[in-house]
Design a protein around this ligand. Sequence first.
Ligand SMILES: *[C@@H]1O[C@H](CO)[C@@H](O)[C@H](O)[C@H]1NC(C)=O
Length: 112
Amino acid sequence: MAKILLTLFALALILGQTNAVIQCGTDVIPKVTSCGGFILGDDAKPSQACCVGLQDLAKIAAASQPDRKDICLCFKAAMQGSKVNYTKAKQLPDLCHFTPFMPMVPNPDCSK
Ligand SMILES: *[C@@H]1O[C@H](CO)[C@@H](O)[C@H](O)[C@H]1NC(C)=O
């Protein structure tokens, strides 16, 4: 009996994980590395590649709440480790024409 319960539990964990398919290191970060010149550096505006990457993420985030949460947590962790200029980060949805999928603030609430 205990063994069956354990199997069910493991299965639930595996199924739970497939809910959100987006991976921070492989799906999110590579899309936004080209935004560094703008939000971390002196670039006056974000690059085309940066905007395309953010638009992709905004679409994924709009389609799935678990993915939106994962993208938010990924950004939160990445931004906490770097010197992001939040004045510029906040302008990204306007400059790149995408629907904001998270607040561009130092400690965003990703549970929504
Ligand atoms: C952030 O960017 C704005 C606009 O480019 C600039 O005026 C400001 O000095 C920057 N802040 C920091 C902390 O670098």
